[in-house]
Design a binder for this molecule. Structure first.
Ligand SMILES: [Zn+2]
Ligand SMILES: [Zn+2]
Length: 363
């Protein structure tokens, strides 16, 4: 009886203490998204670091809907190395609600970028009717001088700051509804050194003809999100990464990115596709893929093909034999008569030309 009373007393005490502990604030950290940065798996090649960059994003300082620091948090979570915030220089629908100038989005985002180890490139989007269209000027020191009525003056102001200038979405239907045309003004900009790269892919649009221009004129091949909302709302990030430019840089620094861009060491990545110079695509394929002999059957030699990258490879041989090497996985392939010559259907060296490879088959 004594023991029972004692237990009851302890029970009351415990419940009172639990009750007292719980009424004011109970933390439920299990609801939170863990602060995990995704890893993007694309190999370093040819002695360079493969940096993952999105050089075209917007914020509330033009027609985007997010505060500049959100761009940094997204980039960090998605595994990017560098971004540029490229708010429109002309036409800002929120200018009556939000104070600031053309440098504000950069200045607000920079402390967060430093905190999160994201390289933030100071930039702005020259936004004109076609021709000439829209252009991102990267590596600016001050975006405000680009706000001038004459667009050639804007290019000049960018160039005087040593800017790197990319022609954005050349085939955007709002500006080129039936065609993707290179105008005379683009030749003039190119000849002045005021056109250094082109987006062959923007948001969800791919412009194969623009890849041919890059190859012919030795311009950097780029892809970008041009994101205005949040990336997780726009893209299927469970299945794909946002479109981006892979920059082959000597170091993971802004200066190295700049040097690599001016040397055209870039590859555009969009969906499961890569577009770039043959030597870079070949190096990515050969570094990522390992094919080793397994055994021999009546149907041919069997190999195990392993792919250590986020890009799947869709191969087709001269004889029409097809197989896919999945991203971050492996498959077994049977090759007839030592058939080693393939095209990689999702790797583009020109608008309508795929990378050709000869498989390195280790016995
Ligand atoms: Zn634009
Ligand atoms: Zn834009």
């Amino acid at each position: 009886m004594k023991n029972k009373t004692c237990l009851l007393f302890i029970g009351i005490l415990l419940s009172v203490s639990i009750f007292a502990q719980n009424v004011n604030n109970i933390q439920m950290p299990e609801l939170l998204n863990e602060s995990v940065r995704k890893t993007i798996n694309i190999p370093n090649i040819l002695g360079y670091q493969t940096l993952k960059c999105d050089f075209h994003t917007h914020t509330v300082f033009s027609d985007g809907v997010v505060w500049p620091t959100v761009r940094i948090d997204e980039a960090w979570q998605e595994g990017l190395d560098a971004i540029a915030i490229t708010d429109h220089i002309e036409g800002n629908p929120s200018k009556d609600q939000i104070e600031g100038d053309h440098n504000s989005s950069y200045e607000i985002a920079l402390p967060r970028a430093i905190q999160k180890n994201i390289i933030l490139i100071h930039a702005g989007e020259i936004t004109r009717d076609m021709p000439p269209g829209h252009f991102n000027a990267l590596f600016l020191k001050d975006t405000n001088p680009l706000d001038t009525p004459d667009y050639m003056e804007a290019f000049k102001a960018a160039s005087e700051q040593g800017a790197y200038i990319i022609w954005n979405h050349p085939g955007w239907k709002s500006q080129q509804p039936d065609t993707c045309k290179w105008w005379d003004i683009h030749t003039e900009l190119y000849e002045k050194g005021w056109l250094n790269g082109i987006e062959v892919f923007n948001e969800k649009e791919w412009y194969p003809i623009a890849l041919d221009w890059c190859v012919e004129k030795d311009l950097a091949i780029t892809a970008a999100s041009d994101i205005h909302g949040i990336t997780a709302g726009m893209y299927n990030l469970q299945k794909y990464h946002r479109p981006m430019t892979l920059v082959l840089a000597k170091k993971r620094t802004e200066e190295s990115i700049r040097e690599a861009l001016f040397d055209n060491r870039t590859v555009a990545w969009f969906g499961n596709n890569l577009a770039g110079k043959e030597e870079y695509l070949k190096a990515i394929f050969e570094t990522a893929v390992d094919i080793r002999f397994y055994n021999e059957t009546r149907r041919g030699k069997v190999y195990i093909a392993n792919n250590n990258s986020d890009v799947p490879f869709h191969l087709i041989s001269d004889a029409g034999q097809k197989f896919n090497i999945p991203a971050n996985g492996e498959t077994m392939i049977t090759l007839k008569e030592n058939n080693r010559n393939f095209e990689v259907n999702n790797l583009f060296v020109k608008g309508t030309k795929n990378l050709k490879i000869s498989l390195n088959l280790s016995e």
